[in-house]
Design a binder for this molecule. Structure first.
Ligand SMILES: Nc1nc2c(ncn2[C@@H]2O[C@H](COP(=O)(O)OP(=O)(O)OP(=O)(O)O)[C@@H](O)[C@H]2O)c(=O)[nH]1
Length: 383
């Protein structure tokens, strides 16, 4: 056998060593690659929560105006708490009417001057001349028999008479139940700035909390910001808002909203309108068209007229015009907070023959309450 040349041994040894090195390198690289892949697949950990910064007074309200990203409704305050808070607000120190009423029952001598002052205050509170005269006559009669020496008796008589004036017999049910598989349609009308958009938002929130499905229609196409404002409410409450382009025909947006609501099977469609009071025939045309077009798809179950309590007699004149041009089924009296014009409740119901169904007592999301004659009077008298 021929001995193998040492050179050949060296070459073979080198090849084997090179192969071993290459194999080791490949194994290590593969292992690293697998490790990296495994790390990538690990779920991303949420960053540690940052401690909440202290909230400036009013900052929460401002944050509330921003559209909420998630379409989930925040639940309104419980009805009892809300009403108690609103009652306190109604009896607030800036309410001239409440002060005059409480002044009367706490005085120990009723002379002609006291009655004159009382009468003037009631007229100033927009109670109207007729209801004021009725109230003063009844109180004079009742209290001259019993005297005001007994403040509890005086308060009882005053409460009874005021409740009668606010008329507890009126049906104030909000008609938000549709029929024949169609949604209920609530049309909200009124002069600009009275609080229509805000009320639609607050009402949507209450309806959602009652378990109803709601859709908003932004038929106030006159003011671009109005439909944005409504959309913001819709986002916060977690309901869809149907909008049109700025300057679009309000009737067509209203129809789209009701049509979408009917197709989607929602319970209630709330339609916000512009209701500019250019002149009576324009208003009649605009609201008439909106009504006709909506009713091609579903009947309007409730037409709410917004009335700003602070505008007094002017507001009443506007309300009369709206009531003449469209079939109003309920009044929403906004801005009763801090207004000395609470008497308007009585006057507007008598003049228009339409019940006040809701009252607005502030700009906050929960500052809308159903109206009841007893609750309103108790609020005024601070009970
Ligand atoms: N204090 C108080 N302010 C209210 C109340 N309701 C509404 N407002 C405020 O009134 C202003 C007008 O309200 P909007 O809802 O924009 O009124 P609108 O009728 O829709 O107005 P247009 O879109 O111009 O027709 C807003 O600043 C509201 O926050 C209320 O009950 N009390």
């Amino acid at each position: 056998m021929t001995p193998i040349d040492p050179i050949v041994w060296i070459i073979v040894g080198g090849v084997v060593a090179l192969a071993a090195i290459l194999t080791t390198v490949l194994v290590v690289r593969n292992r690293r690659q697998r490790e990296l892949t495994r790390r990538d697949r690990r779920p991303i950990e949420a960053p540690a929560a940052r401690p909440e910064a202290p909230v400036e007074p009013g900052a929460r309200e401002a944050a509330v105006e921003a559209p909420a990203p998630a379409p989930t409704a925040d639940r309104p305050e419980a009805a009892g708490t809300r009403l108690a808070r609103l009652r306190r607000r109604l009896a607030g120190s800036n309410n001239v009417l409440a002060q005059a009423l409480l002044g009367l029952i706490s005085t120990d001598r009723l002379d002609a001057d006291t009655w004159d002052d009382f009468e003037a205050t009631l007229i100033g509170s927009d109670l109207g001349v007729g209801p004021t005269t009725e109230l003063v006559d009844t109180l004079r009669k009742e209290l001259s028999i019993d005297g005001v020496n007994d403040p509890t008796r005086a308060r009882t008589v005053l409460r009874e008479e005021l409740v009668k004036l606010a008329d507890p017999t009126l049906d104030r049910t909000l008609n938000v139940t549709g029929s024949a598989g169609l949604p209920a349609v609530v049309l909200v009308v009124g002069v600009n700035g009275t609080g229509k958009t805000t009320t639609v938002g607050k009402l949507a929130r209450l309806l959602v909390a009652e378990g109803k499905t709601v859709l908003l229609g932004a038929a106030d196409t006159f003011r671009a910001a109005a439909s944005e404002q409504l959309q913001t409410w819709g986002d916060r409450v977690g309901v869809e808002t149907v909008r049109g382009a700025e300057g679009a025909d309000p009737a067509s947006v209203a129809f789209d909203a009701v049509n979408t609501g009917a197709d989607k099977g929602v319970d209630v469609v709330l339609v916000d309108t512009a209701g500019r009071l250019h002149n009576k025939s324009n208003l009649m045309d605009e609201l008439g068209k909106i009504r006709r077009v909506i009713e091609k798809r579903a009947p309007i179950t409730e037409c709410l007229l917004l009335l700003d309590a602070t505008t007094g007699q002017n507001g009443l004149i506007q309300a009369r015009v709206f009531n003449e041009v469209t079939d109003v089924t309920g009044i929403v009296l906004s801005k009763l907070d801090g207004s000395a014009k609470g008497g308007i409740v009585v006057q507007v119901q008598r003049e228009l023959g339409v019940p006040v169904k809701l009252i607005g007592l502030g700009e906050g999301v929960d500052d809308l309450a159903p109206f009841t004659a007893e609750g309103f009077v108790d609020g005024l008298l601070g009970e």
